[in-house]
Each structure stands twice: as C-alpha cells, then as structure tokens.
Design a protein. Structure first.
Length: 264
C-alpha cells in the first residue's frame, strides 16, 4: 500500500516537471559547459584563428593541457564540480520552492499521502533530474570530441576520467541536498538561490585558505581537479562530510515538512 502511494507521488512529481520549460532550460544552461570545453579544444588545436584568446591560452599552459581526450574530459569534470553546484542547486530550489510560489503547497498537504512521501518523491526526482543533466553533458562532450577528431583516445584513460566525472556529479548532488531546507523554510526560490550563490563564493574563499577539503560545497570541485594538487588533500573524512551533508539535508527537510504549518 505504501509502495503504491509513493509510486503515485513520484509519478505526480514527474508529470508536473515534465510540462515545465524549466527542465529544458537547465539542460540548455548546463550544456554550455561541454560546448565551451569544445571551444577550448578548438583554440588549442588552431591558436591562429583566435589570437585574442590569450587568457584561455594562458590557462591551458598553466594546466598543461593539450587538445586531446584527456583534457576535454578533465574540463567536463571541473565544470561539473564548480558549475554543477549552481545548476543542481537551481534544480533543488525549483523542486522544493515552486509549490509555495505557485500556491500549491497547501493542496499537497490535503492529499491522502504521508508528508514524508511527498518530500522523498521530490528528492527522487531531484536525483533523476541531476543524473540526466550529468549524463547529457558527458554524452554531448563525447560527441564534440568525436566531431573535433581529438587524438589520444585511450579506453582506459577515458573510462577512468568518466569515473571521476561520475563521482564528481554524485558529490555535487549530495552536497546540494540541504538547499531543499532553505526552499521549504523560505517558502520559495529566493532563500535557496541565495544560499547557492553563497556556497559558490565561500567555496572559492575557503579553498584558497586551504580548508576546502572540509567544506562540502568545495569538495566536488577539488575532486574534479579544478584546484590542481589540492585534490590530494581529500580523504575519507572529506567524503564523509559530503555524505553527512546530504543525509542531514534530507532528514531536516522531511522533519520540517512534517512539523511546519506552511502558512505564508
């Protein structure tokens, strides 16, 4: 019985978001990452066609990058570790904040289903949505690499880097779960989106101070290699912090939805 109720709740969430243009907007926005990575490869392949792109050339030189598959996949992982925090955060803000903005939160509470099932269904859709975004980007990146004819295709290297990309996506997804709490508490989009911006800013500051391995929203970027050698500083404690952040975010979200009167 409970299984059937939960399945229906998930189906309702999927239908609501299937009809929303926001879904396609997130895919288009996130899709800029592999396209920019592809442009980066083109500049490395043909530096003479964009002589004004000195900043990008300097970045490539500093990162010891060349126009090959390894560099493309590294860029995709780094885009996930940094940009993914914003995009996944937007997804969480939308899923949990839209009910208040649309005035349907009280309607949900009137349904004959457990409150926890509603929140859990939203988190399941959040995970599926983020996974689809991650998959679409890596497929687009692979397609761009094929079109550009990038050299040095090595199955072992490619599989390893796709593994790094997948773990970075999972870490990002877990770190952004608490954003739901701010959407429920703020009863809309403003509070969670403000929190997303704050995490991105503080991630840069805290990582620069050398404490990024203990800040959950900086850890995905460090794991992706965006900060170079700082990835070596990650430990089981770092990954435990991210997992605990996601778990606490989920538990607090369920608790708040159960105890709040949702007035306002």
């Amino acid at each position: 019985m409970l299984h059937s109720i939960f399945a229906q709740t998930v189906r309702a969430e999927l239908l609501k978001n299937k009809r929303s243009r926001i879904v396609w907007i997130t895919f288009l926005a996130f899709g800029l990452a592999p396209m920019m990575s592809g442009l980066f490869m083109v500049i490395l392949q043909h530096p003479e066609i964009m002589p004004q792109a000195g900043m990008m050339k300097n970045k490539a030189a500093a990162m010891a990058m060349t126009a090959d598959w390894l560099s493309l996949l590294l860029l995709l992982s780094q885009a996930m570790g940094v940009g993914g925090v914003m995009i996944f955060g937007f997804v969480a803000s939308w899923l949990f904040g839209r009910e208040y903005s649309d005035g349907t939160a009280k309607d949900l509470l009137a349904l004959p289903v457990p409150r926890s099932a509603i929140v859990s269904a939203k988190f399941l859709v959040y995970g599926a949505w983020c996974a689809a975004l991650a998959l679409s980007n890596v497929l687009l990146g692979l397609g761009i690499g094929i079109v550009l004819g990038l050299p040095n295709w090595n199955p072992d290297v490619v599989y390893e880097q796709i593994g790094v990309y997948a773990v970075t996506a999972l870490l990002t997804m877990l770190a952004d779960i608490p954003i739901a709490v701010f959407a429920l508490w703020g009863k809309g989009y403003l509070a969670p989106l403000g929190f997303v911006v704050m995490t991105v800013v503080f991630s840069q500051i805290i990582a620069a101070l050398g404490f990024g391995t203990y800040f959950p929203w900086a850890i995905p970027g460090l794991f992706s290699g965006a900060a170079g050698e700082m990835k070596a500083g990650l430990s089981a404690v770092s990954y435990g912090i991210v997992a605990a952040t996601g778990l606490v975010g989920y538990v607090v979200s369920v608790w708040y939805w159960n105890v709040s009167d949702h007035v306002g």
